[in-house]
Design a protein around this ligand. Structure first.
Ligand code: ME8
Length: 516
């Protein structure tokens, strides 16, 4: 049997501005899942990229006195640099202005036009330029402002091509009925299903009012609507339509990750387009929550946009990755505060994890000449810790499989804290002083095995930390290159040398921090 496949995507982000923690969050979450799946033996395709067409970009370019192409070429660099800095392991970075993508967009448009799923009509409605969305009269309140961003709308009439979405109302409902896990969390699933039940209208998918987009094949005064264009990126990356083998292997496994702001596009428009193409709707759409900063919506005018580059320069990549996924259940909204980040570094990382490693290394060096000791008969307390470690693998993987990152980390930290308590209970320093070598060997071996497992399971979240833990324990391999399912308690060879001891996470002095 071939290797199991897994395809995961982030949205293609707009390049009208620099990336902030919202973008970093989605991409880090997708990266953690990609790394985790690789560590379970999957062949992973992981795509991220940039959405470079549309009115938003055209206007941002104008405001800066640049051509749209000049603007996108400048801004895309920030995204690429950020993913490199954050250790993102995407296998493809797609820009919607690339030729390979434009070709697929035009191919799909022509195919759907030919089969009657796209037709020409006229569109009249209220249009929000920043959101690039039309609204019907019934969607508007008294104020006639955009229901999403509350900015003024423009009345527009244009000749337009339409995607026959209404035709897919019933097939979509059938699909979601048969696949209740296709949208997570459940609240979003319910929201989408009830929206579809409210009735689907055909979607306008071309514009004559702007020029920055994919020209419509055969009617070039139109450009293709930016969302119709952007969603297709997921198929472009998958090699559609030419690479049938790649499509067959990866498409049925696709997981789209994003925030709740864009799930209607991903759970209604996109699956309808796929059904029209004779392809399966996405296996899963996971909609995570929305980050605010110190209780407020992030915005340039408020000057509270959190720069991920600055955060990782100050606190390190791994703590930043850890914090984002530990602090808030994936799927719920979160509030970012630097104080909470520092708090977690001190408590979870320096205190719990750092101490466990530090104390263990100190005692192995002091009492066992820097070698992994030999375990003797396991007593109840040792068996209990071993049992918890083995259970942790199960709990961790079952949470990871459904994107419950915070729960997976909580389970891991239960083991870390149990490890620290185990040291207090067994008092290895006393065993050392009293030359209880056999018992001491068992205790230190147990601690080493706990840490070997912690290094492995922490690796998708904190790749560098996983490596550093293993290297201190004297293991040359990178945990990220190992398979979680291969872990067996007791496989560490006694007598092997540990590595160099070092502080994993220095504590941040809160008093000093307050002053800065
Ligand atoms: O919507 N909290 O691009 P975009 C959490 N180009 N996540 C956030 C966030 C926040 N405060 N802000 C942004 C687009 N995000 C389209 C997508 S896909 C075919 C086209 C993340 O740059 C989150 O993933 O506005 C959200 O869905 C996405 O960025 C929106 O990115």
């Amino acid at each position: 049997m071939g290797q199991k496949a897994f395809y995961i995507t982030t949205p293609v982000y707009y390049v009208n501005d620099v990336p902030h923690i919202g973008h970093a969050y989605t991409t880090i979450a997708a990266d953690v899942m990609a790394r985790y799946k690789r560590m379970r033996g999957y062949d992973v395709m992981f795509a991220t990229g940039t959405d470079e067409h549309g009115q938003k970009i055209q206007q941002a370019a104008q405001a800066k006195g640049l051509t749209p192409q000049e603007l996108v070429d400048q801004v895309v660099v920030n995204f690429k640099k950020l993913w490199e800095r954050l250790g993102i392991t995407h296998t493809d970075f797609i820009r919607t202005t690339e030729e390979r993508h434009i070709r697929v967009v035009r191919y799909i448009f022509e195919k759907l036009l030919k089969q009657g799923d796209i037709y020409k009509g006229t569109y009249e409605g209220w249009y929000c330029v920043p959101c690039e969305t039309y609204f019907t009269e019934s969607q508007l309140g008294e104020d006639k402002l955009c229901p999403d961003c509350k900015r003024p709308l423009q009345r527009m009439t244009e000749e337009s091509y339409f995607f026959r979405m209404s035709k897919y109302e019933k097939p979509l409902l059938d699909y979601y009925e048969k696949n209740p896990d296709a949208i997570l969390p459940k609240t979003r699933y319910n929201e989408i299903v009830s929206f579809i039940k409210g009735g689907l209208k055909d979607q306008s998918i071309s514009r004559t009012t702007i020029s920055w987009g994919v020209p419509l094949p055969g009617d070039e005064k139109h450009v293709i609507y930016v969302w119709f264009d952007a969603l297709i990126n997921y198929l472009t990356v998958c090699g559609y339509p030419d690479n049938e083998e790649m499509v067959r292997k990866f498409w049925p496994t696709v997981n789209h990750i994003m925030a709740k702001d864009i799930i209607r596009f991903h759970c209604i428009v996109w699956p309808a387009m796929l059904l029209a193409l004779g392809l399966e709707p996405p296996a899963r759409v996971f909609s995570h929550g929305w980050w605010t900063v110190e209780g407020e919506k992030m915005s340039k005018s408020k000057g509270n946009v959190v720069d991920p580059f600055e955060m990782v320069d100050l606190y390190g990549v791994d703590p930043f990755r850890y914090f984002l996924l530990r602090e808030v259940p994936f799927g719920l909204d979160g509030d970012f505060s630097e104080r909470a980040l520092v708090g977690r570094i001190n408590s979870d990382l320096a205190n719990d994890l750092g101490n466990l490693l530090n104390r263990t290394m100190q005692m192995i060096n002091k009492f066992a000449e820097g070698q992994i000791p030999k375990p003797a008969t396991l007593e109840d307390v040792d068996l209990e810790v071993k049992g918890l470690a083995e259970e942790t693998v199960e709990t961790y993987t079952s949470h990871m499989d459904v994107y419950a990152f915070d729960e997976a980390l909580k389970a891991l930290w239960t083991l870390v804290r149990r490890g620290n308590k185990y040291i207090d209970e067994t008092m290895p320093w006393k065993l050392g002083r009293e030359k209880e070598t056999e018992r001491l060997g068992t205790v230190l071996y147990t601690l080493e095995e706990v840490l070997r497992l912690v290094g492995l399971l922490v690796a998708p979240f904190m790749p560098d930390t996983g490596r550093r833990i293993w290297s201190q324990l004297g293991i040359d391999e990178d945990p990220y290159k190992c398979n979680i399912d291969d872990f067996r308690w007791g496989e560490r060879e006694s007598g092997s040398k540990v590595g160099q001891k070092e502080v994993l996470f220095p504590r941040i002095d809160m008093e000093e921090w307050e002053k800065e």
